[in-house]
Design a binder for this molecule. Structure first.
Ligand code: SF4
Length: 323
């Protein structure tokens, strides 16, 4: 008799494959009826942790393009950035919809009159089914959340907030320049002022000085706050960053692959099953990545996480007391 496959025996309810966690792909297929492609855009904003308002130099891992290395140049109009990428993607895949993503720097950090036409454009891009906007939790004043609310009434909106860790001591080490309490205030303001928006929280594993229990605490806290989506990244050492200087001086050791795989698998068990997992690896631009080299093999990392979850009999949320 044939042995049942991992897919057939997968007990996780938010999956129709062997994945034991709630993938973004699954969420998109259920929500929009097929494959959707994310299109990174760069509106040319900056960040209060770079321009001196909160700090200078940025978070120690932040790339020159404010973690928006896969978007076209901000010199191109946003509509053109979108249309060019949509055409390229459409040559390769058949998608039912596209998701413009303002990723680089802090995309709510500008006067509301400047943001308003940009958000309006995002809500009307041809073929777009949803919009994602990444920002800092301390860049959400009421006149900006009003604009986000208006956008969320036209199109599905996800606001992506950078947290990285709940540990304020680590936050100082990475020069994040906001506390967990400030994150919480921004998160709560978004929930109350923009109730239709999904909230996605970014975490980074392998931050300097962090232990696995810090990483687990961050995942569990964000899950218990009710985040709609979580993106888990590996800390990459990218050329030209303060982290690269520390690494060159021998002051920072990146995680080993098996450490990362073990930490992520455990983090997944602490996230509620309904929370979408937007990402399980980082995405360092290949020409800027200094370390760790193993992170270039993203599929091998994802496979190892899947294997560990299967071997342990774990699924997303399986070790939460009240999932
Ligand atoms: S908050 Fe984001 S854009 Fe600003 S410095 Fe940190 S990583 Fe870069």
């Amino acid at each position: 008799m044939r042995r049942p496959t991992q897919r057939e025996t997968n007990p996780f309810p938010y999956s129709d494959t062997n994945k034991r966690y709630h993938t973004f792909d699954y969420y998109l297929r259920k929500r929009y009826g097929g494959k959707c492609a994310v299109i990174p855009l760069d509106a040319g904003f900056t960040c209060p942790n770079i321009d001196g308002t909160k700090g200078v130099g940025g978070c120690i891992y932040c790339s020159e393009r404010g973690s928006g290395d896969f978007a076209p140049s901000p010199d191109l109009p946003l509509l053109e950035q979108y249309l060019i990428q949509r055409a390229k993607i459409s040559e390769k895949w058949s998608c039912v919809g596209f998701i413009p993503y303002l990723q680089a720097h802090s995309n709510t950090y500008a006067p509301a009159p400047l943001l308003a036409p940009i958000y309006e454009l995002l809500g009307t891009l041809p073929g777009a089914v949803a919009v994602h906007i990444a920002t800092r939790p301390d860049c959400l004043p009421p006149d900006v959340t009003r604009l986000l609310r208006a956008l969320s009434q036209k199109i599905d909106l996800t606001v992506e907030l950078g947290l990285q860790t709940v540990n304020d001591e680590t936050a100082k080490r990475i020069n994040r320049r906001h506390t967990f309490d400030e994150f919480r205030a921004g998160y709560d303001a978004l929930r109350s002022d923009v109730p239709r928006a999904r909230i996605c929280v970014h975490l980074i594993d392998g931050l300097p000085g962090e232990t696995k229990s810090d990483m687990l605490a961050s995942a569990e806290t964000v899950g218990r706050m009710g985040a709609d989506e979580v993106k888990i990244h590996l800390l990459h050492v990218l050329a030209g960053t303060p982290l690269a200087e520390r690494y060159a001086r021998g002051e920072y050791t990146p995680m080993k692959m098996e450490e990362y795989v073990a930490a992520v698998a455990e983090q997944l068990t602490l996230l509620p099953p309904s929370c979408v997992v937007g990402r399980l690896t980082g995405d360092g631009a290949p020409d800027q990545l200094i370390a760790p080299a193993w992170s270039r093999k993203k599929l091998a990392v994802i496979d190892a996480i899947d294997r560990l979850l299967y071997e342990k009999g774990w699924t997303q949320g399986s070790r939460l007391d009240n999932p």
